[in-house]
Design a protein. Sequence first.
Length: 61
Amino acid sequence: MKIEKYYFDVVVIGAGILGIAISLAHAKKGLQVLLVEKNPTFGQGVSSQNSEVIHAGFSRA
């Protein structure tokens, strides 16, 4: 069995609108990003479990 190792600076769970935006922001800073999504493609289920308001309260660390 071949074992492969990967290195990521950031792991984002969920490829909804915020997950994609956060992943892109970190990737633009040169970080290695892993974006994990349970659905077959990104953007499925966006805003289905919230008030349909996008809150941009994440930091620019």
